[in-house]
Design a protein around this ligand. Structure first.
Ligand code: 0GY
Length: 294
């Protein structure tokens, strides 16, 4: 068995930025614990346990109130760890599941009862073996009322994703803005292409997240404090303030070579959302609309 990897900071700093009351960390994961929730046989990485207790302690340390837990690829389509964390949150967590496209209506209803409000379609070849668009569209057409689809892809396939995204009959949330090259700047080709995608439908949302990934030294960026990310992303948040949600991405899957300090990640918020109004939309009003509208 390969070594288990740790990708999160052992003692994140306290951020200088204080999130508004009710702030939601709307992109985070749980890993295991493996003894209770084994990882998928198809997992592409094998992390150390990073369960609900650690996540909730981080939530409190960073000054957040709620979490949206996104099922990580290492747990495949078994959403038990995510559901267990939601169940133990006292109503302060909801989730996004990864499902086998042949999932039944009863099983979708069970996930809804467990606090799931969306499904994630992952197109990153390093994370999943396949991404069957037709099967994804079939399940997207059968989701419970009020759910949305979260899509994770990289900028090099944005154009080929357009017909698929067009065909999705519910709101769409794009993880990490489809991973643009932020070193190109705010009007570089990747950000322009992403804006054009946002302009193609009024119900495409995005996560202006993961400065640590998008501005990583190993990706050709400058690393913390991620100045290129701030410069490229702030205009996007200002232009589409009602369509963005934010998250830490803890426990930062696959970031073991450049582990970010979560306090620094939170301190990116006022750089991309400089006014109290933008911060309220990004951290409270928008995620509450998507995840706690009922
Ligand atoms: C992220 C990003 C990554 C991993 C996953 O499900 C996952 O394993 O999403 C990644 O490696 O880029 O958003 O957590």
């Amino acid at each position: 068995m390969p070594d288990r990897i740790t990708s999160w900071h052992p003692s994140p700093s306290k951020p200088k930025f204080v999130p508004p009351p009710g702030a939601v960390d709307a992109h985070c994961h749980v890993f295991g614990p493996m003894a209770q929730f084994p990882f998928s046989a198809k997992a592409k990485y094998l992390p150390e346990d990073a369960g609900a207790d650690k996540l909730f302690a981080l939530r409190d340390h960073l000054g957040f109130s709620r979490n949206v837990i996104v099922q990580a690829s290492c747990h495949g389509t078994d959403n038990s760890a995510t559901l267990d964390a939601i169940a133990r949150s006292n109503g302060r967590a909801r989730g996004v599941a990864v499902v086998d496209p042949v999932i039944t209506g009863d099983e979708l209803a069970r996930l809804h009862g467990g606090g799931i409000r969306g499904v994630r379609f992952n197109f990153l070849k390093r994370l999943v073996d396949s991404a069957p668009k037709d099967a994804f569209l079939d399940v997207a057409g059968r989701l419970p009322v009020g759910w949305h689809v979260v899509i994770y892809f990289e900028a090099d396939i944005l154009e080929e994703m357009r017909p698929f995204i067009d065909a999705i009959p519910v709101p769409v949330v794009i993880d990490h803005m489809g991973r643009p090259d932020v070193t190109q700047g705010p009007v570089g080709p990747d950000m322009r292409a992403f804006r054009s995608l946002l302009d193609s439908r009024e119900d495409i949302w995005f996560k202006p997240t993961c400065p640590d990934r998008l501005d990583a030294i190993k990706e050709g960026g400058k690393g913390d404090p991620w100045d290129d990310f701030a410069a490229a992303v702030a205009p996007l948040v200002a232009e589409y303030p009602d369509r963005c949600i934010w998250g830490t991405d803890w426990p930062h899957p696959n970031m073991e070579d450049e582990i970010p300090d979560d306090g620094h990640i939170v301190d990116m918020i006022p750089r991309i959302a400089p006014t109290p109004e933008l911060q309220q939309a990004l951290l409270v009003d928008n995620p509450m609309r998507l995840y706690w509208s009922d």
